[in-house]
Design a protein around this ligand. Sequence first.
Ligand SMILES: Cc1cc2nc3c(=O)[nH]c(=O)nc-3n(C[C@H](O)[C@H](O)[C@H](O)COP(=O)(O)O)c2cc1C
Length: 195
Amino acid sequence: MKIVGISGSPRKAGNTEFLLNEALAVAAEYGFQTERLLCSELNFDFCSDCGDCSKGKPCPNKDDMHKVLRAMQEAEGIIVASPVYFGNVTAQLKAIFDRTIPLRRQGFRLRNKIGCAIAVGGSRNGGQEKTLESIHAWMHIQGMIVVGDDAHFGGIAVRPAAEDRIGRKTVVASANKLCDLLLLKKEYDGTIKGD
Ligand SMILES: Cc1cc2nc3c(=O)[nH]c(=O)nc-3n(C[C@H](O)[C@H](O)[C@H](O)COP(=O)(O)O)c2cc1C
């Protein structure tokens, strides 16, 4: 079983990546395979609403989104992390969200995958919860199952993330929650199939 982590930061090795690494380390400890997708390394365009995916055709944009769509479909769990930009996700992450519309239009291919979110800002109350809400909205609209950190809404941290002990705890707790639910789901699926 695979868990994919997406960082919406345009900066390499920044706070978002640091926290995403911590979340994926939890997933690896559980024995899940992990994959990272970083906006700082990917080249992709905006969705132009050409309508091809509504007609069952593949997206005509030949950029790195094919990697993202493949990884999301292969994964059972998806962790999305973003810096707070003006109280919301980065434009880069929103562009990725929009480009996942073929997965929804062509059979809700992310349905019942489990997701959690992480947000990091420069201010302590800089819009992290609103940023999580935006990520959660994408997950809900894709038919995913959304988890928080077992107390509140997910991973919430302030820069410098490495020094935010409490924030890092919410990140680890969110990853734990996601992994626990994946294991429960696996057990349930096994029971239903009778094995
Ligand atoms: C364009 C822009 C807008 C930002 N807006 C906010 C904001 O609304 N609230 C906040 O707390 N931090 C804001 N920040 C600070 C970033 O969220 C913060 O530096 C974050 O740690 C960056 O993550 P990174 O190191 O992974 O790139 C903003 C930064 C930029 C560049």
